[in-house]
Design a protein around this ligand. Structure first.
Ligand SMILES: CC(C)(COP(=O)(O)OP(=O)(O)OC[C@H]1O[C@@H](n2cnc3c(N)ncnc32)[C@H](O)[C@@H]1OP(=O)(O)O)[C@@H](O)C(=O)NCCC(=O)NCCS
Length: 172
């Protein structure tokens, strides 16, 4: 059980659906139903649900129960909006860890983070990892060894800004 695998082209829509279901189901307490509904709306531009460069999932009984991914970057960027080739990456960004509602608290998030960090160490020489945590997920990332920095207020849908926290960890 809990076997993590890399995503394939046919998983893309299901991967994005888990992101949306997780935001709507789990982040609503932090940001309110109006904002999360606008965030996950099909009318919202697709870049909000971009698939990470290295993306993984776990399935159970034919449904995806956790997704996650990371990318190489050369700066601490809140909204990377291009797929440029990074010649000399300095950082790895964890773009996503989303657990399906009703599957939280079973160690799935922790399992995915451990996999992403091991994948970063295997695939690259980069050891500085950062992410932008939603408010609800800060205690989770702290438990995973991430340190909190500044807060920012990106627009997740037109007219809807949310508080997120920069968090970082040095691997190794
Ligand atoms: C945040 C999230 C990924 C955590 O995943 P999870 O599978 O529920 O977390 P785990 O069961 O692996 O928890 C690992 C540890 O984190 C800590 N933790 C997790 N959630 C916590 C919370 N809400 N408050 C305090 N500590 C928490 C605990 O120490 C836990 O260890 P323990 O169970 O031994 O006490 C999940 O709740 C989620 O998908 N949320 C919605 C989407 C989201 O916000 N994603 C992050 C966007 S940046």
């Amino acid at each position: 059980m809990m076997q993590i695998r890399a995503i394939t082209g046919t998983d893309i829509k299901a991967f994005q659906d888990v992101m949306k279901i997780s935001i709507a189901g789990i982040c609503t307490n932090a940001y309110g139903a109006t904002t999360t509904a606008a965030w996950v709306s099909d009318k919202n531009p697709a870049f909000h649900f971009k698939i990470p460069e290295f993306a993984f999932l776990v399935e159970e009984d034919g449904q995806i129960i956790v997704v996650g991914g990371w990318s190489l970057t050369d700066k601490v960027d809140l909204h990377p909006n291009s797929d440029q080739v990074i010649e000399k990456p300095t950082h790895a960004r964890i773009n996503a860890v989303y657990v399906r509602p009703n599957f939280e608290g079973r160690g799935l998030g922790q399992h995915m983070i451990a996999h992403l960090e091991a994948d970063i160490m295997t695939r690259s020489s980069v050891r500085d990892v950062y992410l932008w945590s939603t408010i609800n997920a800060i205690p989770f990332y702290q438990a995973m060894g991430y340190t909190g920095g500044i807060d920012q207020f990106p627009e997740v849908a037109e007219g809807h800004k949310i508080q997120v926290r920069y968090m970082w960890k040095r691997l190794g």
